[in-house]
Design a protein around this ligand. Structure first.
Ligand code: ASP
Length: 484
């Protein structure tokens, strides 16, 4: 009997996302009970309408139109109690396998290299391309924000409203505190931080990915240096472990369409006041335009250097992009990115197992572009002059800030404080600055995470091609071995 053709995974995820958005909107608009709590007050506006009287006279009458209040914490409560946990479970499952997957796949990758010199070539090229793409992203962001000047047209009342709404908000104050704690470190602390003093401790925290990578590279190189017969059992163990974890990814991904439904429904019911979002449309448009340009650049670089078409690239990577959008976390998306890049884009493990985990931690083109736009936007809105020299400072600090941003939701905004500090914006403006962009941060975070993940996949393909490790596609289905 012919096997029924299944809908491609990216379509399934897209349908789940759409359904989640619609469900969220529906929940915000249905009456969920008597003790409904009003989130924003109702407002009235006057509209004029023409009426014909019984004598045939046409008169203009003013009519008051009442815009209903935004309902309701009840909806939010329902979604966060009964729907959102399924999204959270999914994200936790992906994070759960991230560290074991990096370990197994990197050991297998280095083992397959059989040649340490090649590894340093891959490492050098990866870091170089990562830094270059990030600088390009920041430059595009700076170019657009200087050209479109979204901050100049923002009315002073909007700034006041945003400040009143968010300057004392816990989200904003916490971000500033975290950033200030981080910027108090010494220049070489990032190197010190990369070296773990306890591997169990390092693997117990997902934000220590670079420490884990450091240990595994050291370990992997030593596997190559000992007698092959001694190395074999260890290598075989990690090869098996790698297969098992990839199977776990397959199984987790079977639930992706439902999980994105839950994640997006929750994003919609937790969204900020739409009126405030409207004031930030020009700013958001500038960021999104910049991110769009980055996507075109990635696809063009791939086409020119590897000969792969736009369509094949996006078809291969789209499920990871959709998950990045839904979870706002490149770290949570990493297992899926790895599987897609290896199986659907044909990058061999020797390259992908190093390039992708490192990229998830240090390469954030979307975040750096956003930081450049946001910093200049805040200065424009607050009439803080920015010389050319200060704009160059933004290039450097946004590069460092994006390297230092954790691959989790909202991290880019924390490190934005570092950029604002570097250009000399007075500290008392930090809260106002962040408050201005806070309302729209989540949707922009979703978009920039897509670019962060796409950038990593692009670099994996470019480095793979440059060292002869980009093979024909080894396309499997997500559930290819499911039921074996
Ligand atoms: N959420 C982003 C990521 O995980 C980081 C950020 O820009 O906030 O890649």
């Amino acid at each position: 009997m012919a096997k029924k053709k299944k809908l491609a995974l990216h379509w399934q995820i897209l349908i789940g996302m759409l359904a989640g958005v619609l469900f969220g909107i529906l929940m915000l608009n249905i009456d969920l009970g008597k003790e409904e709590v009003i989130l924003s007050k109702a407002s009235t506006s006057v509209v004029k309408e023409l009426f014909t009287t019984s004598t045939g006279e046409v008169v203009e009458l003013s009519k008051e139109v009442v815009r209903p209040a935004i309902k309701s914490t009840k909806a939010k409560e329902f979604v966060s109690n009964w729907i959102a946990p399924f999204g959270t479970i999914f994200v936790r499952l992906l994070k759960l396998i991230a560290i074991p997957l990096i370990i197994a796949s990197l050991i297998k990758g280095i083992g397959e290299l059989k040649d340490i010199a090649k590894f340093s070539k891959i490492g050098g090229r990866t870091i170089l391309i990562y830094i270059s793409t990030t600088i390009i992203a920041i430059t595009i962001g700076l170019g657009l924000v200087n050209l479109l000047k979204p901050g100049n047209s923002i009315p002073k009342e909007t700034i006041t409203k945003m400040t009143e709404a968010y300057a004392k908000n816990e989200g904003v104050t916490k971000k500033i505190k975290t950033a200030q704690a981080q910027t108090q470190s010494r220049p070489l602390d990032f190197l010190v931080d990369m070296v773990p003093d306890n591997i169990i401790k390092a693997t117990s925290n997902n934000t220590n990915m670079l420490q884990v990578i450091f240990f595994i590279i050291f370990f992997g190189i030593c596997i190559l240096l000992i007698k092959p017969e001694d190395a074999k059992p260890v290598y075989d163990f990690f090869t098996g472990l790698n297969e098992i974890i990839l199977k776990m990814v397959d199984i987790i991904m079977l639930t992706a369409p439902f999980a994105v439904f839950a994640l997006l429904a929750n994003v919609i019911v937790s969204a900020n006041d739409p009126q405030l979002l409207l004031g930030l449309l020009q700013y958001a448009g500038t960021v999104v335009l910049g991110l769009g340009i980055m996507v075109l650049l990635y696809a063009t670089a791939i086409k020119l250097y590897t000969g792969r078409s736009f369509a094949s690239f996006f078809k291969g990577i789209s499920p990871a992009q959709l998950l990045a959008f839904s979870t706002s976390s490149s770290a949570a998306t990493l297992p899926v990115t790895m599987e897609r890049v290896e199986e659907h884009l044909g990058v061999e493990k020797e390259v992908s197992s190093f390039v992708l985990p490192v990229g998830a931690t240090i390469n954030m083109d979307g975040t750096s572009l956003y930081q450049a736009v946001a910093a200049v936007f805040i200065c424009q809105a607050l009439d803080f002059p920015l010389s050319f020299q200060l704009q160059l400072t933004i290039v450097l600090t946004a590069l460092l800030a994006s390297i230092g941003s954790a691959a989790v939701p909202g991290a880019g905004m924390v490190m934005l404080v570092m950029v604002l500090q570097s250009i000399g914006l007075p500290e008392e403006y930090f809260a106002i600055g962040l408050a201005m962009i806070f309302a729209i941060d989540r949707p922009l975070d979703m978009c920039r995470t897509v670019i962060n993940v796409t950038g990593d996949a692009t670099v994996a393909m470019l480095v793979g091609k440059s060292v002869g490790k980009l093979s024909d596609l080894a396309i499997k289905d997500w559930d290819d071995n499911y039921g074996k």
